[in-house]
Structures are given as C-alpha cells and as structure tokens.
Design a protein around this ligand. Sequence first.
Ligand code: PHE
Length: 452
Amino acid sequence: MENNTRSSFTGKIGFVLAAAGSAVGLGNIWRFPYLAAKYGGGIFLLVYLILALTFGFALMTAEIALGRKTGLSAIGAFRSLNKKYSFVGYLAAIVPLVIFPYYSVIGGWVTKYLWAFVSGGTSQAATDAYFGQFITQPVEPVLWFLAFILVTAVVVLLGVEKGIEKVSKIMMPILVVLSIAIAIYSLFMPGAIDGLVYYIKPDFSKFSITTVLAAMGQLFYSMSLAMGIMITYGSYMKKDVNLESSVKQIELFDTGIAFFAGLMIIPSVFVFSGGTPEALGKGPSLMFETLPKVFETMPAGTLIGAAFFILVLFAALTSSISLMETVVSIVCDKFKINRILSCVLVLAVSVLMGIPSALGYGVLDGVKIIGMSFLDFFDFASNSVLMPIVAFLTCVFVGYVIKPKTIIDEVESSATFKRKKLFEVVIKYVAPVCILLILISSVLEALGYLKI
Ligand code: PHE
C-alpha cells in the first residue's frame, strides 16, 4: 500500500472523472429517487441540497486533502498523522465490506431487467407483479447476484478496470442525456405535473429528523464519503490540481445525475399509481416497478429500456469495482497475502454475505433483523450507523486533532481556498454536533426506544 511511487491522475479532468466514476452509481439512480419519494419529495430534495453544499463539501474536501497530503489510503493516512486515530481508518475500511455484497444484489436486479428487455419481455416487465415475483424466487435472484459479482471480481482480478473506465466515460454522458430525455418524456404524461410539484416543492409539514438522517446517509453513500475511498483517490491527486474546484465539480455531477433520476421516476409514480403514500413509500423496488411502465408506453420502448439498463449496469459496475478494489487492497496489506488470494477471499466472503440479502424477500422473508430484511439491514447499518460514525470521527480528527489549518494549507498549496471559513465552521461545529444528534436519534428509533 504505502509505496512512494504512486501513480497520479494526469490532471484535473482525469481526477474529477475518476472520482465521479466511483461516486455515480446505483446510489444516484436507484437509491436517491426512492428515498426522495418516501421522505416527502421536495423537502428531502431541499435538505439533501443543503447538506451537499455544507457537510458534503466539507467532508469531501477534508478526505481528498487527507489523501493528497499523506499520499496514503485511509488506514495509513490516519495513522501517519496521529497513531491514536488509526482506528478511524479501520472503521472506514469496514464500510465497503458491508456495502459491496448488497450492492451486488441490486446490480443483479439491474442485470435481470436488462435481460428482460433484451429478450423481448418488455410488457411482462411492466406488469405490477413482475418485480415481486422475481425477488421472491428461491434461486433466480441469487443467480443474477452471482453473475454481477463474478463480473466485478473478474475485472478486479485481471486488473482491467482501465478498460471498463474508458467505456464508462463514453457511456456516462449518454446516460445523462438518456435520463434527461426520459424525464422530459415522463413529464408529458397525464398526471405527471403533480409528481413534479411533489418532487420540487418542499412541504415543510413533512419535515422530520428521519428526513435529515435519510438525506445524510444518502449523501455519504452517493458521494462515496466516510469509507476511505475519497482519501485513496486524493492520494493519487497531483499537488497542482485545484482541490476545491474539483470537489465542486464532483458534487455537481453526482447531484445532477441523482436529480434527473428523481425527475424520471417520481412523476411516473404519480402517472401510474396516482402518487399514493403506499406507492411512494415502495423503497428499493421503486425504480424497477416504475420505469418499465414508462418504457412500455414509449415508441421504441424496448430498445430504450434495454439501453437504459445497460447504461445503469455500467454505472453500477464502475462503482462495484471501486468497492471491491478497496476491500481487496486492504486485505492484501493487512494479511500480507497476494492479490489473487485476496480477490478470492473477498469474493467468497461477499457471496456468503450477499446471499441472505438476495433471498431476504423470498425464502428468508420471515427472518428480520431489528424489523428489517437483510438488504435493508445492511443498508441501514452502513448508511445510517457506520458512515455517520466515521464522518463524525473524521470531523473531530480534522477539527480538533490535526486542526482545520492542516487541511486548509493542503488546499491552498494549489489555489486559494474560497470557502475556507465555511469549511472551518462546518467541520468543527456544525457537522459533528448534527451528525451525533442524528445518529443517536436514529439508532434509538430503530431499536424502538423513540418515536419520531
Ligand atoms: N457512490 C456509489 C453510488 O452512488 C456507491 C459507492 C460507494 C461506490 C462507495 C463506491 C464506493 O452508487
């Protein structure tokens, strides 16, 4: 891990695109819309945007600067600045291990839908029962999960990420254009405007602490924060690249794609299901149940549906590759084993961890952990518990141990730091206090001690 001959990204564009490749994934297209639909539409969007401009900005700046300053990935970066805090690096390293298996289960769902469209099953896929029938099967969800995770593993094993990245750099802009086109199309369907209003106009009566928690967890997840990934990316960033404006661009890219995904999905929920609380609160299945119906009404819908799912699949693959890559390199370093062995080990553990998530809606439907299915539980444990803890500790570390000045100096080594004051106030006071309050209330709620 700690080699001094780290290769670097060639310039700002290279850095921004690579970081965006990890950031843009299922979090934007699948997770953001269903959370926005569930947690009150406009109010969720507003809270999310405020958090992105404050917490997101401060944390991403801190993580990238930590990586660039030390030239190391998470564990090494914390250790080299203060030995007592190496545990934060370890904690951060656990997050991708928890996310990777269930991320691959959703990746499997995307692959299944791609197959449905390619094999001419468009009208079946657009029926109400299709998704439910699929995820309750005893074998099929596991097979698609295995297919997705194996492709990821093969790419990581052969080290052909570069090829995938090249392809995805072409596909990503196409995905953006296609999403905008689908969003515009769906806005013209009768009834869609109510959905647009729900999505854009904040209804303050729907505000609650859970809205903030959900938005915060989503922010960390979507921007690949609080899991050491941006620290690693920062360690590859050249010293003369403008760090602050890179952060701005990554945020813009990531939030833009999430916004359009919401615009594509939420109005369609109103069109096809009338925007009832039940339809909006669907959760993980929302994208899969809604979009095929939109495609079915479109001219050349089968083709567009297939194109859409293949683009989403690539976005998911670049993210799952970066998740697996992170875990593999930590295992290599820690257990002093070679890459191949490490890949095989990580794959085996992830398959074992992923199978309960894949079966959680069917065979294992009766098994619940604190009232949640396996997939929801892993999602909750990483996004609503572990990541806020890591984010809190990162704020404490930067705000009080190494002091914000260390980060500010690193940012200023390349250009003036325009939002220096905002950064300092957020990282020292606002973020740690808010994160702690939200974390405590969410855990109490999940355990049933608090009703919010
Ligand atoms: N940010 C990715 C997404 O939005 C998920 C991810 C998290 C990918 C962490 C890599 C690392 O889908």
